[in-house]
Design a protein around this ligand. Structure first.
Ligand code: ADE
Length: 230
């Protein structure tokens, strides 16, 4: 059983449509859809935006389904100039850019309890995702840090500040929380993002215009990934 988590319907609806032998179970406010997806036994959930929604859903998925690994997929803002709308980013690790206990001597971004700034993603899953991205024609793929926080980033200045601290290639709102919950449970994790906006002053226009296209790119990568595993 593998686990897939998107924040919004638009990020996973094509995958849900392809799932056969579907079963649904609701735990709290999370609905888990399980079944067969491109030859793999899978469970899929829409966690809702933000770190707490993502962490709760991940924990619940782990406790209820015991997935061998979990992939968080969906859209993101670009983390730097060289990353453009339509590009893919595969995380080597995730950071939580809004964690800051630096006034009491910690590095900015330190996630307390697990005591990490960079939360690792599974190397094997990362490499398989890179290969699955390469099979999507005309799409440029980046590998690196994905920065997560409970904020929609829509200023070039804020994006630059996050990039200077963490070297991030994408900014979004769930990956670091899914990786955090997976790390605490010893579950291998991947984070895959397709860029919907530049995380700058134009993001309020670009995001609604490109979210559907970007979401379908990351779903296409998941299809390639699962078919390659079959
Ligand atoms: N998801 C998509 N675009 C985003 C942005 N600019 N900031 C945070 N999350 C996002």
């Amino acid at each position: 059983m593998i686990g897939l988590i998107g924040a919004m319907n638009v990020e996973v609806e094509n995958l849900i449509a392809h799932m056969t032998d579907r079963q649904e179970k609701t735990v709290g406010m999370d609905t888990f859809v399980s079944g067969c997806l491109f030859g793999q036994e899978a469970v899929l959930a829409v966690c809702g935006p933000g770190k707490i929604n993502a962490a709760l859903c991940t924990q619940s998925m782990i406790v209820n389904y015991h997935p061998q690994w979990i992939l968080n997929l969906g859209v993101a803002g670009a983390g730097e100039e060289g990353v453009s709308i339509g590009d893919m980013v595969v995380a080597e690790c995730a950071v939580q850019h809004d964690c800051d206990t630096s006034p009491i001597g910690d590095p900015v971004g330190l996630v307390s309890k697990i005591n990490l700034v960079q939360i690792p993603c599974d190397k094997q899953l990362h490499d398989a995702l890179m290969a699955a991205c390469a099979a999507v024609e005309g799409v440029k793929t980046h590998s690196g840090v994905i920065a997560t926080g409970d904020q929609f980033i829509h200023s070039g200045e804020k994006r630059r500040a996050i990039h200077e601290l963490f070297g991030s290639k994408a900014v979004e709102m769930e990956g670091g929380a899914v990786a955090h919950a997976c790390y605490m449970n010893g579950v291998p994790c991947g984070v895959l993002r397709s860029i919907s906006d530049q995380a700058d002053g134009r993001s309020d226009m670009d995001y609604p215009a490109f979210v559907k296209l970007a979401a379908s790119h990351s779903e296409q990568v998941v299809e390639n990934l699962l078919r390659a595993m079959a």
